[in-house]
Write a protein of this length. Structure first.
Length: 243
């Protein structure tokens, strides 16, 4: 399990380095990617996160490459192994979650280091927070929660389907799935679809010495945690009945 832990830490850190990095490039002032236009910037962010998943899955191959607590709880509900020889148990799920949280925090810190001069420059507090964590375009906690449940259900259900059907795409299939979810369902909330992806970087935002960073918006933070966990759990149960 020590090897599994390290695998999930590294894979999730790579995911967050790519993900937070592409958002920073798109929305922080004076970056090469800043000001690319609303639609173009959003698609750049979608593909950046998708490629982060692509790289993270390869890095975390030893642990089954969950890199997402919602995937782990979905596999537990589905009755599947977490990785070859790693049974899906509640205790093992907690180990995966701890590794994913740590990896997400570290990946966010690395992204901050890469863009430190831009974080130090004068800029909107909302943009600095947006690099680290998600937030709704229209705040309505109930419907924001529903959006995250739907997006994560699609992610986990289709990921389980990938494992049960013959295909040669490997991590590319999951990467394209994430791009598709972001492009189609991600608009209302920024599609966390991963509790570690939001909470780990949000903690980093709260702790890092970022000038003018403002609030970490803890009032909203439960939505991108609870929504994906419920969506992943429902997807695992549904897949167990369907597949």
């Amino acid at each position: 399990m020590a090897e599994i832990f390290v695998s999930e830490v590294l894979g999730t850190a790579v995911l967050l380095l790519f993900g937070c990095g592409v958002v920073a490039n798109a929305i922080l002032p004076a970056t090469k990617g800043f000001g690319g236009g609303g639609g173009g910037a959003w698609l750049m962010i979608n593909f950046g996160w998708g490629l982060g998943v692509f790289a993270g899955v390869f890095v975390a191959f030893k642990s089954g490459a969950h890199i997402n607590p919602a995937v782990t709880i979905g596999l537990l509900a589905n009755g599947a192994e977490f990785a070859p020889g790693v049974p899906g148990t509640f205790g093992n799920m907690l180990i995966y979650w701890a590794a994913q949280m740590l990896g997400a925090f570290l990946g966010a810190v690395l992204a901050w280091m890469a863009y430190k001069q831009h974080f130090d420059a004068e800029g909107p507090a909302a943009a600095k927070l947006g690099v680290f964590s998600t937030g709704p375009e229209i705040r309505g906690y109930g419907w924001n929660f529903v959006t995250e449940v739907i997006g994560t259900f699609v992610l986990v259900f289709v990921v389980i389907a990938f494992g049960n059907t013959p295909n040669e795409l490997g991590p590319l299939a999951v990467a394209l799935l994430v791009v598709g979810i972001g492009a189609s369902i991600g608009g209302p909330t920024g599609y966390a679809i991963n509790p570690a992806r939001d909470l780990g970087p949000r903690i980093a935002h709260a702790l890092l010495p970022i000038p003018g960073k403002g609030s970490s918006d803890w009032a909203y933070s439960w939505v991108p945690i609870a929504g994906p966990l419920v969506g992943g759990l429902l997807a695992g149960l549904a897949a167990a009945l369907y597949m």
